[in-house]
Write a protein that binds this ligand. Structure first.
Ligand code: 4NP
Length: 156
C-alpha cells in the first residue's frame, strides 16, 4: 500500500495543485513513485472542476519546468480515512479541515505545510490569488522547500 498525501488550500487551483505537482516531481526524481502518491483538494467549492490557475502554472513552468496537472475538487470527510497525511497550506485551511473532524480522531493526520520547511521561516503558504506574479514565484520556492522536507520526513 502506498503512503498517501493530500495537499489542501482554499480553491485547489493555486497552492495545493502546485504542492501536489512539485511533490510528484521530487518523488519521481527520488524513485519513490510506487511508494508515495499525492492528491490535492480545496476547502471551498468555488472552483470545482477547474484546472490549476494559469498564473500558478506559469510560475511552475518558469521556475521548475513542470506542468501543473489536475482538476479542482472539494475536501470531503472520507479524505481523513483515505489519506495518511493531510497538508494544510495556511491556518484557515487547517482549521477548516479540522472542523470536518468533529470527533478529533484524525487530528494527528493534519499538519501545516510550512512545518516541513527548513530554509524559509514563514509559517503559512501565502494566498497568491489577488496579488501579482511575484507572489506565485514565492509560493513555488516555499513549496519546494516544504516538499523537500516532507520527502525526508517520509523516507528518512
Ligand atoms: P488557492 O488560491 O487556495 O491557493 O487555490 C485561491 C483560489 C481562489 C480563491 C482564493 C484563493 N478565490 O477566492 O476564489
Amino acid at each position: 500500500m502506498p503512503y498517501k498525501l493530500l495537499f489542501v488550500c482554499l480553491g485547489n487551483i493555486c497552492r495545493s495543485p502546485a504542492a501536489e505537482n512539485i511533490m510528484n516531481h521530487l518523488i519521481e526524481q527520488a524513485g519513490y513513485s510506487k511508494q508515495i502518491v499525492c492528491d490535492s483538494a480545496g476547502t471551498s467549492s468555488y472552483h470545482i472542476g477547474s484546472p490549476p490557475d494559469r498564473r500558478m502554472s506559469a510560475a511552475a513552468a518558469k521556475k521548475l519546468q513542470i506542468k501543473l496537472k489536475g482538476q479542482a475538487r472539494q475536501f470531503r470527510k472520507s479524505d481523513f480515512q483515505e489519506f495518511d497525511l493531510i497538508l494544510a497550506m495556511d491556518r484557515d485551511n487547517y482549521d477548516n479541515i479540522l472542523s470536518v473532524d468533529s470527533t478529533g480522531v484524525y487530528h494527528d493526520k493534519v499538519r501545516l505545510m510550512c512545518d516541513f520547511c527548513s530554509k524559509y521561516t514563514l509559517k503559512e503558504v501565502p494566498d497568491p490569488y489577488y496579488g501579482g506574479p511575484e507572489g506565485f514565484n514565492q509560493v513555488i520556492d516555499l513549496l519546494v522547500d516544504a516538499c523537500d522536507g516532507l520527502l525526508k520526513h517520509i523516507c528518512g
